[in-house]
Design a protein around this ligand. Structure first.
Ligand code: IMP
Ligand code: MG
Length: 182
């Protein structure tokens, strides 16, 4: 990692090497758990999960397919209780082992909603892998089978995570300077 983070970043929470190491560990766990389960489908939640998913799926050795969903979000940082699907899967998931891949669990609304929707479609199994989860009670109440990192309840960017669609491609996860919110 470069010595100085992006000027909008107050501090680096998780550096690039730590992320890559954790992704490798998660992939090894998933490889082990799905070794005897054919028809694994990774479902990435756009846009935030696309970088995490691309690293995770390439670290897996177990055969799998990849598809995406997208849900609406309202405002820049506000996470409302209302979730709406704006991009759905191309194929039915009945009989498939589905692993939902999400960037971050904040209020937990998005994950809870997607878990309900996918479970109703009759997959052989449904599990969730999240890169990060905020340390707040609501986020803890949603089941996550594979968790990368627990982070403080602050707005973070990088490694797919954005603020108003910026800072997604930083290689680390960092906390934005407060003045950037204005
Ligand atoms: P939820 O509040 O758990 O439903 O999270 C909704 C979505 O908001 C997540 O999937 C992320 O895409 C986004 N989000 C929540 N917290 C952050 C953050 O700190 N940085 C960037 N995106 C976030
Ligand atoms: Mg997301």
């Amino acid at each position: 990692m470069s010595a100085n983070p992006h000027p909008d970043i107050e501090r680096v929470l998780i550096d690039a090497d730590s992320i890559q190491q954790r992704v490798a560990e998660l992939a090894a766990e998933i490889d082990r758990d799905y070794a005897d389960k054919p028809r694994l489908l990774l479902v990435g939640v756009l846009k935030g999960a696309f970088i995490f998913l691309s690293d995770l799926c390439r670290a897996l050795t177990v055969p799998h397919a990849v598809d995406f969903m997208a849900v609406s979000s309202y405002g820049m940082t506000a996470t409302s209780g209302a979730v709406r699907i704006v991009l759905d899967l191309r194929m039915p998931i009945e009989g498939m082992h589905v692993l939902l891949v999400e960037d971050i669990v904040d209020s937990g609304h998005t994950l809870h909603y997607l878990q309900q929707v996918l479970a109703s479609r009759g997959p052989a199994s449904l599990r969730t892998c999240a890169l990060s989860r905020k340390q707040r009670p609501e986020a803890m109440s949603v089941p996550v089978d594979y968790l990368g990192f627990t982070i403080p309840d602050v707005w973070v960017v990088g490694y797919g995570l954005d603020y108003a669609d910026t800072h997604r491609t930083l290689p680390y996860i960092g906390v934005l300077k407060p003045e950037v919110y204005r």
